[in-house]
Structure formats: structure tokens, C-alpha cells
Design a binder for this molecule. Structure first.
Ligand SMILES: Nc1ncnc2c1ncn2[C@@H]1O[C@H](COP(=O)(O)OP(=O)(O)O)[C@@H](O)[C@H]1O
Ligand SMILES: [Mg+2]
Length: 489
């Protein structure tokens, strides 16, 4: 190192030259290194998993090098997705499962194809049953890879159901194809088929507030109710005006659209509990076969944006928001905005030409009035469903006394005595009439009606009356029925 003569004083300029030489030498070497790196052949795909090799054989190139296009699909559309993909893939496609335990849940498709850590191989396909109607099911592919050709080009599509325990709330589709544009076209076609073949269209659906099924879930199919107009006792003209708005606008949609009129409509039914708001809605759904009806009650009102999206896609449709007063002060899922505003915004977000009806019911309209007034235009028909008057009570008593040998006079007298009671009271009253007769082991007689009425009108039964939904109780509305209540009556 010490090659500088002792008698020679070091010159700072020499030092400088020396440093520059060293730097240039280093840069020269570094450039040579880069040239070497650049001239290497492309790295062999040594990291391909057995699954990756299979996919490579199908695609003609290693899949982990291709652009990945993903799409999230809400759980309630997963069956549609499964059907659409099966149709798109066609009979010549291959469907393979993936091994690798839980690890595969955390990896995207390219990482399943080439991984230095885990060995993902071909395995059995994961199937999960999902409803396709009130009484029908389908085995959907909850985790599986479809290998097929689209427009003559090989593609690989991984489909996975939602798995909440792995932080995935929606189903996911991952598409590998030679280019992004083509993957985009695969997705467009999947979306088109999902709409065209949807099992949800024309069905009566509700959203389950909680998603117990870890694989699929979200939408629950209900039988379409059968409630005729005669089954609902309302003041004259009330049902006709509701029906005209909900059913009539749909019937005349062609003319209305041609005249540039909007089809979207919002109906609010309000009045004391037990007066027939839910029953009215059930009649409306019954009177519109083929209409997609989405029912949201209680906690499932959180799904209002999903329901609206569904209603938009599956027109003509009805979205029922039962007892929205229950959520009037609740906060939405996404931030401090009251859930009620989210509901009103959803209504507003729909295009005017959408053949979608929103029907909202409430026992306590006073809680909503301000919010509704502040955002005008969402509700274009508000109808009070009042407590039945004496005439309506007589009709109700007659309706629920069907098949019982009760005289007209006895029914009229009972209707007269029972001011302030609701229709659900009438129903319970007639059950008790039958019970009284059954206990005495004989047929029903008029006296059973007055006895049952005495009983129900007694002070002892004040709470019962309140729970049957009379306007009298101080205790507010009864706990509202859930979806089961909606279909059980
Ligand atoms: N207007 C009515 N006409 C006939 N039955 C009625 C009427 N209102 C209520 N009922 C009976 O009472 C039950 C509960 O009424 P519901 O429609 O749920 O009341 P709410 O107004 O609280 O929604 C109905 O299923 C039906 O059997
Ligand atoms: Mg109700």
C-alpha cells in the first residue's frame, strides 16, 4: 500500500486523480455486470407449483407472468356467478380444485401458480350448496379453477366463495389470460350471463342480517305470499290508491315512459301496529307475480344499497323496507350518517326510469317526517293505515269468523264494543272463540264471542291488547316480526 516515496510530499491533486480513476474503474465493472445481467436468458420458472405447471400446460405460458384481472361479487350473486361461469366455460372446460389447505385462502391466483413456500397442487373441487329458489338448491363451486378457451384463446378463471373467517366478505373471480383486455371481455360476458340467467329474478328475497354460512349466503328465498285484496280490510279506496301506484304504474309502464314520465316510486304506509301494513305489502307482492321483491326488515335494512342494486338489475322490482322507524336513529355501516339517510339516498340514486317501487312501513311516522321532508321526492305516496272503525271492525270480525256459526247480530255487537282494537285483535278474538267452545266440547255459539270479547277487553288483558297492536298502550310498538313473521301469517 505504502508505495509513495518517503521523500515525496503527497500532492492533493494526485489524490484526486487517483479517486477518479478508482470510481471510473468501478463504474466500468458495474456496467459490465449490468450487461451480463441483461444478456441472461429469461429466468426459468423454477418456482411453478404443480398447479402452476398444469395451468402452464393449458395456457401455453406460465400463468404467474400474465396480468391478473379480479372482480369481487357480492355473496347473494354467487349462485348467478357460478351459473354464468359454467355456461361461459362450456362443456369442454376443465374444472380443478386446489390443495394447500388454508394457505390458498391467503394467496392470489398467480401466487398459487408459483410459490417458493407452499406446494399448491390439483385437488378436489370445493362445492357448497346454495339456494336457487325457495325449495331448490345447486352445488356451487366454492373454490375451483376453470380452464377453458374464450374466443379461441385459453384462459384460467379461479372462483372463490366469500369466506368471512379469511377476511373476504364477497366472492372473488380471478382471470388469467394473455392480456388484460381479453380478461376484461371475459368479465363483461360473465356479468351479462349473470343478469340473463339470474336465479334471483322474479323471486321474493330477503337478506339475512348475519351471514352464518361461511361459504355462500346473503339472500334468502321466500315463497311468494298469497294475499288477495279481499283478505285486507281497509277503509274504502285505500287499497285501490296504493295498488294503482305500485301495480298500476308497472302495468302502464310503456305509456308512462313514452310520455316521458318516471316509473320509480316510493310509498310510505304508516299507522299503528297491527293494522295491516305488512299485510298490504304482502298483497302487493302477491299481486305482482314475476316482480323481483326484496324484503328488508330490522337489521337487514343495512343491506339497502345491495337491495337497491339488485332491484335495479332485476326490474321490475319492489324493495320493501319494513318498520324503518326502528333504524331512524341508527348509524349506517359506513360512517356517521344515519341509516335512514342511506335508505333515502338509495332511493334517490335510482334512475327515474327504473321500474322499481320502494315500499316503506312504519308505526311511528313522526320519527321520519323530518328526514323525509328534508329530502323531498323520495316518497310520492304516503298512506295512513288507520285503526279500523266500527264498520271496518265488523268486516274484520266477519273475515276472521269465517266458518264459524256466528250470527250477524253477534258480530255487529262485538264490533261495536271493541273501539280502538286492531285487526290482529280480531284474529286473536276468533281464535279464542273457538277455544272457548272446544273447552266446553261443543260447537261455537254467539255467547262464546261475547265471552271471549269480555276476556280480551278485561283489564287483565291490557298488555295483550297492547301487544296485539292497539293504539292504546303506552309501551310503544310491539317487537316487530322478522322475516319469518312476514311469511308466517
Ligand atoms: N287490515 C287488515 N285486514 C285484515 N287482516 C289484518 C289487517 N291488519 C292486520 N291484520 C291481521 O293481523 C296480522 C298482523 O298485521 P300486520 O299487517 O303485520 O300489521 P302491521 O300494520 O303492524 O304491519 C295480519 O297478518 C293479519 O292477519
Ligand atoms: Mg308490519
Amino acid at each position: 500500500m505504502n508505495d509513495i516515496p518517503r521523500d515525496h510530499q503527497p500532492d492533493p491533486a494526485d489524490d484526486h486523480d487517483h479517486d477518479r480513476d478508482r470510481l471510473e474503474g468501478f463504474l466500468e465493472g458495474f456496467r459490465a455486470l449490468l450487461d451480463r445481467v441483461n444478456s441472461l436468458p429469461p429466468r426459468a420458472h423454477a418456482g411453478l407449483t404443480p398447479l402452476g405447471q398444469e395451468v402452464e400446460a393449458h395456457l401455453g405460458t406460465a400463468g404467474d407472468q400474465l396480468p391478473l384481472v379480479t372482480e369481487d361479487v357480492p355473496s347473494h350473486r354467487f349462485v348467478d356467478l357460478d351459473i354464468a361461469l359454467e355456461a361461459l366455460a362450456g362443456p369442454d372446460s376443465r374444472l380443478v380444485g386446489v390443495t394447500g389447505g388454508q394457505q390458498r385462502e391467503h394467496e392470489s391466483l398467480p401466487a398459487l401458480l408459483a410459490s417458493p413456500y407452499a406446494v399448491f397442487g390439483l385437488g378436489p373441487v370445493d362445492f357448497a350448496p346454495a339456494s336457487t329458489g325457495p325449495t331448490t338448491q345447486r352445488q356451487t363451486v366454492a373454490f375451483g379453477l376453470r380452464l377453458f378457451t374464450f374466443d379461441g384463446v385459453p384462459v384460467a378463471v379461479l372462483q372463490r366463495a366469500s369466506r368471512r373467517e379469511f377476511g373476504r366478505d364477497s366472492a372473488r373471480l380471478e382471470v388469467l389470460s394473455p392480456d388484460r383486455e381479453r380478461s376484461g371481455r371475459v368479465l363483461t360476458e360473465v356479468r351479462r350471463l349473470m343478469l340473463e340467467r339470474s336465479v334471483l329474478r322474479g323471486q321474493v328475497l330477503s337478506f339475512s342480517g348475519s351471514d352464518f354460512d361461511p361459504h355462500v349466503g346473503g339472500a334468502v328465498f321466500l315463497e311468494r305470499p298469497r294475499v288477495s285484496a279481499e283478505d285486507v280490510v281497509l277503509p274504502d279506496g285505500v287499497m285501490a290508491s296504493i295498488s294503482r301506484h305500485v301495480v298500476g304504474i308497472g302495468t302502464h309502464r310503456g305509456r308512462l315512459s313514452a310520455a316521458g314520465r318516471h316509473l320509480k316510486r316510493g310509498v310510505l304506509l304508516y299507522g299503528p301496529p297491527g293494522t295491516g301494513k305488512t299485510l298490504t305489502v304482502r298483497h302487493l307482492v302477491s299481486a305482482t307475480p314475476g316482480t323481483t321483491a326484496v324484503l328488508l326488515t330490522g337489521p337487514s335494512i343495512h343491506f339497502v344499497s345491495e337491495a337497491t342494486e339488485l332491484a335495479r338489475a332485476m326490474q321490475p322490482s319492489i324493495v320493501v323496507l319494513e318498520d324503518i322507524d326502528l333504524i331512524a336513529h341508527e348509524r349506517g355501516r359506513f360512517g356517521p350518517q344515519p341509516l335512514l339517510f342511506a335508505v333515502l339516498d338509495a332511493l334517490d340514486g335510482l334512475a327515474g326510469d327504473a321500474d322499481v317501487t320502494f315500499v316503506m312501513t312504519t308505526n311511528r311516522v313522526e320519527l321520519l317526517e323530518r328526514a323525509l321532508a328534508e329530502r323531498p321526492g323520495r316518497v310520492d305516496l304516503a298512506v295512513e293505515i288507520p285503526l279500523p272503525d266500527a264498520v271496518a271492525r265488523a268486516r274484520l270480525f266477519r273475515l276472521y269468523a269465517q266458518g264459524l256459526p256466528l250470527s250477524e247480530d253477534a258480530i255487529e255487537a262485538a264490533a261495536h264494543r271493541s273501539t280502538g282494537v286492531t285487526a290482529s285483535f280480531a284474529k286473536e278474538l276468533m281464535r279464542r272463540v273457538v277455544l272457548v267452545a272446544a273447552e266446553a266440547d261443543r260447537d261455537v255459539v254467539d255467547d262464546d264471542l261475547s265471552a271471549a270479547l269480555d276476556d280480551l277487553l278485561s283489564a287483565r288483558e291490557a298488555l295483550t291488547r297492547s301487544l296485539l297492536g292497539s293504539g292504546e298502550g303506552p309501551s310503544g310498538p310491539p317487537p316487530e316480526p322478522d322475516v319469518a313473521g312476514w311469511v308466517a301469517y
